[in-house]
Design a protein around this ligand. Structure first.
Ligand code: ZN
Length: 230
């Protein structure tokens, strides 16, 4: 009996050892193969910074016209204080920045009240633009007194030599005035509509006589190199 049981046990072990493994599930196998064949996604590579060419191009800043270079203040930036431009005549037949500087000091002012003076060919060349010390220092003006002093604090004073209640500005003066207001409106971000005549601000003066402020405003809206047609 014992030998018979041992024989049965041995036979069972043989049968178990010879039983084939169940066939592999074809779907699982296919998935396994697929997983093996699918390449792992590559880790994200650090992207180089966008080149200058791919960035939005800023609005082009026009290069200063050759005649404008002398009008930048030396040694300091243009102040953000300027919001308006006041145009004057000198009410004299001759004159210059130096002449008006002496007369203004004689009246008790600290120095020439204007920021720019445009000659008429008498004391300085016709149409020549003189830069006053106030502009060099970006200092408030002393050319257009009002109760709150707004036009002196925030207005750039331009004086054309001449008396335009009886005469007219020269063509060269008007050309220089047009170029100067274009420069100032662009650099100081002043709207051309904010170019005014002295008499528009204080009705107590005839300054600047027959000089057309509407024409100056139209000129102020044009590019620096636009032709000037008085
Ligand atoms: Zn004036």
């Amino acid at each position: 009996m014992r030998a018979w049981s041992l024989g049965l046990l041995a036979l069972g072990m043989v049968v178990l050892a010879c039983t084939p493994e169940p066939a592999p599930d074809p779907i699982r196998v296919r998935n396994k193969v697929t997983q093996k064949q699918t390449p792992r996604p590559a880790p994200p590579r650090p992207q180089p910074p966008p080149s200058r060419q791919t960035l939005a191009a800023p609005a082009p800043v026009p290069a200063p016209a050759p005649w404008e270079r002398a009008w930048y203040p030396r040694g300091c930036r243009i102040s953000s204080r300027w919001t308006t431009i006041v145009v004057h005549h000198s009410a004299t037949s001759t004159g210059s920045a130096a002449v008006f500087d002496r007369s203004h000091r004689a009246r008790g002012w600290d120095e020439l009240g204007y920021h720019f003076v445009i000659g008429n060919g008498t004391t300085t060349p016709d149409g020549f633009v003189e830069v006053g010390n106030r502009w060099t220092k970006q200092k408030h003006g002393a050319h257009c007194k009002t109760p709150n002093n707004y036009y002196n604090d925030h207005g750039i004073g331009i004086c054309l030599v001449g008396d335009f209640t009886s005469g007219r500005p020269t063509r060269a003066q008007m050309e220089s005035l047009a170029k100067l207001v274009r420069f100032l409106c662009r650099e100081c971000r002043i709207s051309p509509s904010q170019v005014v005549g002295h008499s528009q601000v204080t009705q107590r003066t005839a300054c600047p006589g027959c000089l057309s402020i509407a024409w100056v405003q139209r000129q102020a809206a044009l590019p620096a190199t636009a032709s000037v047609v008085p």
